[in-house]
Design a protein around this ligand. Sequence first.
Ligand SMILES: Cc1cc2nc3c(=O)[nH]c(=O)nc-3n(C[C@H](O)[C@H](O)[C@H](O)COP(=O)(O)OP(=O)(O)OC[C@H]3O[C@@H](n4cnc5c(N)ncnc54)[C@H](O)[C@@H]3O)c2cc1C
Length: 353
Amino acid sequence: VSAGVRRSALDEAAAPDGLWFPIDLASDPALGGMVATNTGGARMLRHGDVRRRLLGLEAVVADDELSVLDDLTTLRKDNTGPGPSSWFVGSCGALGVVTRVAVELEHLPVERACALIAPSGPAATLRVLRAVESGLGPLLSAFEVMSHAATEAALDTVDGLHRPFPGPLPELVVLAEADGPIGTADILERVVAALADGDVADAVLAPPEEAWALRHSITEGLARRGVVVGFDVSVPRSELVGFRADARRLVADALPRATVADFGHWGDGGVHCNLVFPADAPPDGSERALARQLVFGCAVDDHRGSYSAEHGIGPHNADWWRRVTPAANRRAIRTLRDRFDPDRVLGHPGLPF
Ligand SMILES: Cc1cc2nc3c(=O)[nH]c(=O)nc-3n(C[C@H](O)[C@H](O)[C@H](O)COP(=O)(O)OP(=O)(O)OC[C@H]3O[C@@H](n4cnc5c(N)ncnc54)[C@H](O)[C@@H]3O)c2cc1C
């Protein structure tokens, strides 16, 4: 398809054949942008990111001839050497303009079911993750975790949402989703019922549109609560609990005006570590820089993680790219860029490569 086609349009075109493009997120990007940022989406745990689902592409580069790189294969197996399809994934628009892409679709699920779970705490959340992974196997399609602050902001400020549980909101709410053949909802129900009593304070099956409405309203809810300074980081799953505790402690000590309202794709180690400042006292440049230093440092230096789990590289994390990327890797990407964009006319001017 053309790189300008939006994800929703691709799904509409594929639906009559019972197919969809399963990289699914709370926005509707174009396929070219998804390649350039290597989008993962909320179901990456099951369906992978663009890197995994891209079969081939065509791109135009900004050399003297405006060369067209044609690597638009639709083959699943094609080992004919390194090529543009891998170079352009996550390239942040810096190597050329992707003009067409071939991606692998999936069969539409016959049955989809969601559970909302209140784990007894952060460590129990990881045990719940392992239990639903082993109980659902390949049916598990998403494992999203929402903090109290994030869930509350959505529920308080966005109309039409349902409170997941009666009584006070728990510290964390899990959205676990299963996609598959007829009977998937029954399997999910059995797996949730079998979760260890000590790990779960409450759990309900919820209509998928209701559960996802809550999850996808968090960004809007936080924006209505104050000024959001957001960071999309990732850590190994074994580090999630420690990262979360450390990041909260560091922010509370150094930026007491900020509330940490984290949520994200725990199933693949992703955390939207969002700091919300009061709207009538927004953060200044030095507070934003300190927040970035604290959260990125906590993820990268203390918990073996990444300062960019999503979105790629831009002016706000360019310094971290220079600091963390090995010198040989930096030289390699600059060499590619010298060849494809010698005058640096492509991508954001603040890119570090
Ligand atoms: C609400 C929201 C939720 C999100 N959730 C997730 C998530 O769950 N998981 C995840 O991984 N990401 C997530 N993202 C980030 C998402 O992956 C990117 O924002 C999106 O895929 C970029 O596509 P776009 O069409 O909006 O591109 P743009 O924002 O227009 O561009 C993004 C980058 O791609 C480059 N680019 C755009 N088109 C091309 C092209 N044709 N050729 C070459 N370069 C190009 C641009 O130069 C720029 O560097 C989310 C974003 C939003 C706004």
